[in-house]
Design a protein around this ligand. Structure first.
Ligand code: HEC
Length: 185
């Protein structure tokens, strides 16, 4: 190799390594999209567990029952007709998973993918349709407060699908939360 070719070769090599470096950064920032990881992040930060995970007497979320909804055998908050007139009257179950108010009794369901008692039969399209329309995915009625469907309507489709993917990645747990009861009109 003559002496003039050496700097050219080194220059070319360093240019190649810079390009390779750039390439790696692109790969690093453009990590393959992982819907389950995204869904896990959304479920955590959107506070689904705040209403769908039962709490103990000290208000602490019960470990092992994450997102399993209002326990089948836990008492429901009491509803009274006065709630229809006195809009300031409402009660909450001590577990933090069921609510009574002017809307009726609203019970947070099991979000783990158990086929009978949870979201096993709920498809990503079904969840998207429910949150876009405000209609319950399984029952023929509107979703009751305090489930924040009016806000979730604005979620991007990919995020709703990611939430669904994450819920379906959980271990199915059996817990038949009692049915919600909309207030009589
Ligand atoms: C402020 C309390 C609260 C929060 C926060 C909340 N939920 Fe709910 N959710 C409820 C209650 C109560 C119900 C029962 C509503 C009913 O029966 O009409 C419910 C119902 C549901 C349903 C069945 C109704 C439907 O949409 O078809 C699904 C699915 C659901 N929640 C998923 C979620 C997910 C996922 C999150 C977080 C992204 C979440 N919820 C956050 C309280 C909450």
């Amino acid at each position: 190799m003559n002496t003039r070719a050496l700097p050219i070769l080194l220059g070319t090599l360093s240019l190649l390594s810079i390009l390779a470096g750039c390439d790696q950064r692109v790969v690093a920032s453009g990590m393959p999209y992982d819907p389950v990881a995204r869904g896990s992040y959304l479920v955590r930060t959107m506070g689904c567990g705040d209403c769908h995970t039962p709490r103990d007497q000290n208000g602490k979320e019960i470990a092992g029952l994450e997102l399993t909804g209002h326990p089948a055998d836990a008492p429901l908050p009491s509803w009274e007709p006065a709630m229809l007139e006195k809009q300031n009257l409402a009660t909450i179950a001590a577990t933090g998973t069921a609510f009574a108010g002017p809307f009726g009794i609203s019970v947070a369901p099991n979000l783990t993918p158990d086929r009978e008692t949870g979201t096993g039969e709920l498809t990503a399209d079904g969840l998207l349709q429910s949150w876009r329309s405000g209609k319950h995915w399984r029952e023929d009625r509107m979703v009751l407060p305090p489930m924040p469907v009016p806000y979730y309507r604005e979620l991007e489709e990919a995020d709703v699908r990611a939430i669904h993917a994450y819920l379906h990645s959980l271990k199915p747990q059996r817990n038949q939360a009692p049915q919600s009861k909309p207030a009589p009109h």
